[in-house]
Design a protein around this ligand. Structure first.
Ligand SMILES: [Fe+2]
Length: 351
C-alpha cells in the first residue's frame, strides 16, 4: 500500500539486552514524572560517561541533522506484562503515572541527547488531573487508545489520524517527533506514514502554491476544546507553505486547517488540491510499528498520518502502545526565554 521507509540500522538482540540493563542501572527506578530533573540528570550521565552499544552511538551519529526522517529497529523498551502492567483504555494517564519501569523514556531522551536536541513539552491530553492541577507537564507522551477519545484525531484515538503536524498551531512547535513502539500486539496493518514538502510541492500548480503561501488559513485544535479547556485554543493565522522558498516548512492539518474567511473560494480550492495530492498513496512512505522500532519524523518539512490498512484483530489494536517525545533545536528558542514567556504551557530541559 505504502512504500516502506528504509531503516538506518538495527540494534542486534545482544546489544539491545545490554542497553536495557545499562539504562535500568543508570536510572535506578527514578521516575521522569515524579523526579523529572533527577531522571534527566541520570540519562545525561549515561549518554556522556555510561556504557551504551557502539551500534547505537555510531548509528545515531550517522543520522544527519536535517534528514527528514530516521528509522531504527530493535531498541530496548519497557515490556508490557513484564516491566509494567499493560494499560487499559479507561485511564491510561493514571497507569503511566504508576508505571515503575522507564526504559522507553530513557531511549527517547538518549536519542535527543546524542543528536544535540532538547525536549520540549506542552500541555496535552496526556496529563492526569493531579498533573493538570499542579501545572506539571510530561515530556514523554503515550500514544495509547482511551475510550473517551476514541473518535478524536489525537494520540488517544482508536482509529486513523489524518495528515497533520504535531502541535502545528503552537508558536514553538516541535521540530522533530520521535515515536517508539512499546507494545504492538497482533498482526494488524496500521501504518504511520510521512509525506515530504518537496514531493507535495512537485504535484501542485504554481498558482495553488502561491495561495497556500499566504496567511489565509487557521487550524482549530478540536481535541483540547472537546476535552473542556477552551483556554488551550490556539488559532493564529498561518500559511500552509512557508513563503520563504529556501525552507520546506509546512503547517497543515487535514480536515482541520481552513481559510480564515469561509467565503474564500480560492483558499478552499487550494485545500481541495492539497487533499487530492495527499490521497495518493505514492506520495507517502511509512512503517508498521513493531516493539522497539523508533521512527523520527521532521515535524516542519512535511506531514504525517496514521492509516489502517487491515484490522485482523480489533482488540489488539486497542492495546497498541507507542510513546513519543517532542524535540526542538539546542538553541531555538533559548530555554530560559521559554520558561519566562510561557512558563505554564511548556518548558525545555537544557544543559
Ligand atoms: Fe502526529
Amino acid at each position: 500500500m505504502y512504500k516502506e521507509l528504509p531503516a538506518n540500522f538495527w540494534l542486534p538482540t545482544a546489544e539491545k539486552i545490554a542497553m536495557f540493563d545499562s539504562i535500568t542501572a543508570a536510572i535506578r527506578g527514578i521516575s521522569p514524572e515524579r523526579q523529572t530533573r533527577e531522571f534527566f540528570e541520570a540519562v545525561f550521565g549515561l549518554a556522556k560517561h555510561g556504557s551504551l552499544p557502539l551500534t547505537f552511538r555510531d548509528g545515531i551519529h550517522e543520522i544527519k541533522a536535517h534528514q527528514p526522517f530516521a528509522l531504527i529497529h530493535g531498541l530496548p523498551h519497557d515490556r508490557a506484562g513484564i516491566d509494567f502492567a499493560p494499560y487499559d483504555n479507561k485511564n491510561p494517564q493514571q497507569q503511566r503515572w504508576e508505571k515503575q519501569s522507564h526504559v522507553t523514556e530513557a531511549v527517547l531522551l538518549l536519542y535527543a541527547i546524542l543528536r544535540d536536541r532538547n525536549l520540549i513539552t506542552y500541555r496535552t491530553v496526556n496529563q492526569n488531573a493531579d498533573e493538570m492541577a499542579q501545572h506539571h507537564y510530561v515530556s514523554f507522551h503515550d500514544i495509547f487508545p482511551q475510550e473517551k477519545f476514541y473518535d478524536t484525531q489525537s494520540s488517544r484515538t482508536n482509529g486513523k489520524v489524518d495528515w497533520h503536524q504535531d502541535l502545528a498551531g503552537k508558536r514553538h512547535r516541535p521540530l522533530n517527533v520521535p515515536i517508539i513502539g512499546v507494545h504492538v500486539p497482533g498482526d494488524n496493518r496500521i501504518w504511520t506514514v510521512f509525506a515530504q514538502t518537496p514531493d507535495i510541492l512537485n504535484r501542485l500548480s504554481p498558482k495553488t502554491i502561491a495561495v497556500l503561501m499566504q496567511e489565509r488559513f487557521f487550524t482549530p485544535n478540536d481535541v483540547l476544546v472537546t476535552a473542556g479547556d477552551p483556554s488551550l485554543r490556539s488559532e493564529p493565522p498561518h500559511s500552509v507553505f512557508s513563503p520563504d522558498p529556501k525552507t520546506h516548512d509546512m503547517c497543515y492539518f487535514s480536515k482541520r486547517t481552513r481559510p480564515l474567511r469561509d467565503d474564500d473560494e480560492e483558499a478552499w480550492l487550494a485545500i481541495a488540491q492539497i487533499e487530492n495530492v495527499l490521497s495518493d498513496p505514492s506520495i507517502a512512505r511509512g512503517i508498521i510499528f513493531q516493539d522497539g522500532s523508533l521512527l523520527s519524523m521532521n515535524n516542519a518539512e512535511g506531514v504525517h498520518a496514521k492509516f489502517i490498512e487491515l484490522l485482523t484483530d480489533p482488540s489488539a489494536a486497542t492495546l497498541r502502545h507507542l510513546m513519543k517525545s517532542f524535540e526542538i533545536g539546542k538553541k531555538t528558542p533559548p530555554a530560559e526565554l521559554v520558561l519566562e514567556q510561557v512558563a505554564r504551557k511548556m518548558y525545555v530541559y537544557d544543559r
